[in-house]
Design a protein around this ligand. Structure first.
Ligand code: KIV
Length: 290
């Protein structure tokens, strides 16, 4: 079935939740990937700060800045037509003050073509979320494992394991909903907790490592197609293995250049024979530099 080409909005996601239709979300960080994800009919493209790890090679997402994010968001916006575009607010772009948060978030919509922003955190972000929503900026929440707190968590670990921790997650989710988020990412939380939150909220939940009961699912593109090989989170399914294909292609290119099999005739353009002979005559007559 051909995917519906109508632009996805926050209302589309709300309708999907009400109808019990799963929401699809995938990260993208550049123009060609945005085109592929959009053409696949995926509902939401997240320009995640995970790009710091899978594209830029940092050990975590903390070095990513607003300017880096905007650069990638602009490329994605040029490639996507239908999907809802969500730009991830990086570390220290929304922690300092509400004013700075609004100013930074505004740039994602005004300069980089995003439709919404995502920011990590629960109850401590309620003032920021309210101010963004007041400014007309749709906000996606993100609780559970929030990678910008990796040092505080002591690694990329499952969150909400104990009864008390799970209760705090529910409270965070409800506080964000009350503040006006249009959806919440639940990252690395036990499936029962994700289900409980999903059933309590009016807004959709999008899970990553949060089991099957969320209203939608998100994965990191590079994990999904097997482009990031340094580690594979347990929850990330690889639907393709492109890294070995790329490696083989590059090896073959190198060999063909070294053995002069590339470029072949079909990759080569020759000058018109008559022009070439005229050129040789010209050169024989002297190139005018004697
Ligand atoms: O940065 C990112 O890609 C994310 C997703 C994992 C939800 O926040």
């Amino acid at each position: 079935m051909a995917p519906d080409r109508q632009k996805v909005t926050v209302r589309t996601l709300q309708r999907k939740k009400m109808r019990g239709e799963p929401i699809t979300m995938m990260t993208a960080y550049d123009y060609p990937t945005a085109r592929w994800v959009d053409e696949a009919g995926i509902d939401v493209i997240l320009v995640g700060d995970s790009l710091g790890m899978v594209v830029l090679g940092f050990p975590n997402t903390l070095p990513v800045t607003v300017d880096i994010m905007l650069h990638h968001c602009k490329a994605v916006a040029r490639g996507a037509r239908r999907a809802l575009l969500v730009g991830d607010m990086p570390f220290m772009s929304f922690q300092v003050s509400v004013e700075e948060t609004v100013r930074n978030a505004g740039r994602f919509l005004q300069e980089a073509g995003m439709d919404a922003v995502k920011l990590e955190g629960g109850r401590e972000r309620v003032d920021a979320v309210r101010a963004l929503v007041d400014a007309g900026i749709p906000v996606m929440g993100h609780i559970g494992l929030t990678p910008q707190r990796v040092h505080q968590f002591g690694g990329f670990r499952l969150q909400g394991r104990t009864a008390e921790a799970a209760r705090r997650l529910v409270e965070d989710a409800l506080a964000l909903e009350e503040a006006g988020v249009f959806a919440i990412v639940l990252e690395m939380v036990p499936a029962q907790v994700a289900r409980y939150i999903t059933e309590r909220l009016q807004v959709p939940t999008i899970g990553i490592g949060a089991g099957p009961y969320c209203d939608g699912q998100v994965l990191v593109f590079h994990d999904t197609v097997g482009m990031f090989e340094e580690f594979q989170p347990k929850f990330a399914k690889r639907y393709a293995q492109v890294a070995p294909l790329i490696r083989r292609a590059l090896q073959q290119y190198k060999e063909e250049v070294e053995t002069r099999r590339f470029p072949a005739a079909e990759h080569t353009t020759f000058m018109d024979e008559t022009e070439w002979e005229a050129f040789l005559r010209l050169m024989e007559a002297g190139d005018g530099r004697e």
